[in-house]
Design a protein around this ligand. Sequence first.
Ligand code: C5P
Length: 225
Amino acid sequence: FAPKLLAGQRVLITAGPTFEAIDPVRGITNLSSGKMGFAVARAARQAGAEVTLVAGPVHLPTPRGVRRIDVRSARNMLQAVEGQAQNASIFIATAAVADWRPANAAEQKIKKDGSGEMPALAFVENPDILATVAQSERARAGQLYCVGFAAESENLLDHASAKRVRKGVPLLVGNIGPATFGQDDNALLLVDAQGHRELARASKAELGRQLVAEIARRLREAPAP
Ligand code: C5P
């Protein structure tokens, strides 16, 4: 991977799941391992970029030369991202952010009360980090290139195309099933305004490098205004 395809670029990446507290000892999360995002971070660094990785709770070593910010909830992740996005030229959202969080996390551990009744949890929607960044002034001015991911269980091309438009990003990357959570390989579907192409099944490390090359090519072909 010789060419420094992203030299001079500052890349901000989200990775992993988020954890949404129910009480001090419990919460809601998902099975994202963070491996794809960490692979993209490593590849971007190897391509010469300055890389900041905002990671939810994962069990992965920090790629060499990458600055890492650990967060827990979606709101923590948004705050970290908003603090960094001003300095970034590329934003890649690979995190599997919880769509909802418990409306009011209890301050003390919720106890069984002997009634046999389960406590009811109310939920509120989490902020959409990718959509928020994609709508920012710098993104709309073409100074921050935004890339989203999608994990769908059916009709990947249709859903990914619709998601690309809905989130307002130039490039949306679909995980081609079956579910890749925790796996070391993956296959990707890249959807942009021109159409789509597939990156064949390979290790996440290899796909990270290919994705970095695809992003670098798009930036070269459509330089910021
Ligand atoms: O809407 P959906 O969750 O399928 O969108 C997936 C894409 O949006 C991913 O890039 C994910 O990182 C990002 N996302 C986000 N904040 C959310 C939900 C999703 O950044 N609250």
